[in-house]
Design a binder for this molecule. Structure first.
Ligand code: CO
Length: 437
């Protein structure tokens, strides 16, 4: 049902049309909370009890809070800032007699049909030459100039409802201006950045659905919004991080870009970003290499990315016994091929916390003949090897321009995130593990 936390999450998503804005909005919240921003290219002066964050690529962010004494291990959450969208090419116009269209390619695997016939906003960043001759990043959005990808009328394509094959180069360029018009998307982006078009040296601009989130259904049990995958988890993990009590562990909140294109980028989960931050934290606190290994071995990572809820019209796609529902609580994901990081040990650790804190959980596994999706946890673990579990919140229509999820679920992930941050992972001399509150 309607609640203040979910309202705030929908506001966060509405203010974050793409990964650059999501990371900037997270950074703004951290600034407000008194965190110190660190640049990767400069030395870090860290003090016990300090609160810091750093960004890479303008779209990934890691925030961390240090314990007042010692560093037994790291408690980490990871989610992603990006969502599928269309990205403008360097020469972004397709001139024509009747229309100027935009030349785009797809970023991530979206459900094409959901992107037709709705206003799409151009948003992202431009890199502009400064007066001093340097280069500065400016976030831009063009709310005055929404574009649209028009469907073909049913009268002209009678088989449109029989399952159409859609091609990104033929069917999906949006119309931008009438044919012969002088309009330039880059000139408008430059103007929005307060720069001359000639001073725009680079750009990353996407088409984003700016439809605001809303409650759905009788009694408002559900929410509909663009980008619930994965800004719902990103918001909930950050919220848990910012409201967590002091802990003996270092608390780390990771927001990674580029999950939707496989994470293998400079700032993605497959990059060295997390490892570099953890190493620099240890070094900054005067710890050696062996201390780093010891701390990582006693660490836990919660990989949070949304999960598929039981579909009302197509329940046959789900495993009947391992399928979550919206508002059923935090979904713990399992996969024998290890695309999800949850194993017996991490599932047990997570379950112990959820029982203590009365956080409802449910489980997800793919129907056994379907490959399912991928996420960022197992990719991050190739750089830093630690205990990890995959979770998410149940949603419908993943990668649609407008997705549906449970209105009560964000609170459950905030509770889990906060509960984990309050704990420290300890190993007994016999090898067993406890999450100490
Ligand atoms: Co996702």
């Amino acid at each position: 049902m309607k609640n203040v936390l979910t309202d705030r999450m929908l506001d966060f998503i509405a203010a974050s049309p793409c990964s650059y804005f999501a990371a900037a909005n997270a950074a703004w919240r951290l600034d407000e909370a008194g965190f110190t921003r660190l640049l990767e290219s400069q030395p870090w002066k860290l003090t016990p009890g300090g609160r810091y964050y750093t960004m890479r690529g303008g779209s990934s962010l890691i925030a961390f809070t240090l314990p007042k004494t010692g560093l037994p291990g790291f408690i980490i959450t990871a989610s992603h800032t990006d969502s599928p969208a269309f990205k403008l090419k360097q020469n972004p116009h397709l001139p024509g007699k009747a229309y100027v269209r935009l030349n785009t390619e797809k970023y991530g695997g979206m459900l094409f049909s959901s992107w037709f016939d709705r206003p799409l906003e151009i948003a992202g960043r431009v890199l502009v030459r400064t007066v001093e001759g340097g280069i500065a990043q400016r976030l831009v959005e063009l709310p005055e100039c929404p574009v649209v990808i028009p469907n073909v009328a049913i009268h002209m394509n009678r088989t449109a409802n029989d399952g159409a094959k859609l091609l990104a180069n033929i069917d999906l360029p949006p119309i931008f201006a009438p044919g012969g018009a002088e309009a330039s998307a880059l000139a408008l982006a430059a103007e929005a950045a307060g720069a001359a078009e000639a001073d725009v040296l680079g750009h990353d601009l996407l088409l984003c659905n700016r439809q605001p989130g809303t409650y759905l259904g009788a009694g408002a049990p559900w929410i509909g919004s663009p980008r619930l995958d994965d800004l719902e988890c990103a918001f909930a993990c950050l919220e848990g991080f910012l409201s967590a009590p002091e802990s003996a562990s270092a608390q780390v909140c990771c927001l990674f870009d580029n999950e939707e294109v496989g994470s293998q980028t400079r700032q993605g989960a497959a990059s060295t970003l997390l490892r570099d931050v953890l190493r620099r934290v240890c070094e900054g606190l005067g710890m050696g290499e062996a201390d780093y290994c010891r701390a990582v071995a006693a660490s836990f990572l919660l990989s949070a990315d949304n999960a598929h809820a039981l579909h009302p019209n197509h329940p046959e796609y789900a495993d009947g016994e391992n399928c979550p529902v919206m508002n059923g609580g935090v979904v713990v994901k399992f996969n024998a091929a290890q695309h999800y990081t949850t194993d017996g040990v991490s599932a047990a650790l997570l379950e112990s916390v959820c029982r203590d804190e009365r956080i409802p959980t449910q489980v997800y596994a793919n129907r056994s003949d379907l490959p399912g999706g991928s996420t960022l946890g197992n990719i991050a673990l190739t750089q830093v090897s630690l205990h990890s579990a995959d979770v998410g919140l149940a949603q419908l229509a993943m990668h649609s321009a407008f997705e549906t999820a449970g209105a009560d679920d964000p609170a459950h992930l905030v509770s889990l995130s906060r509960a984990l941050y309050a704990r420290t992972l300890r190993q007994s001399d016999h090898g067993g593990w406890t999450f100490q509150a």
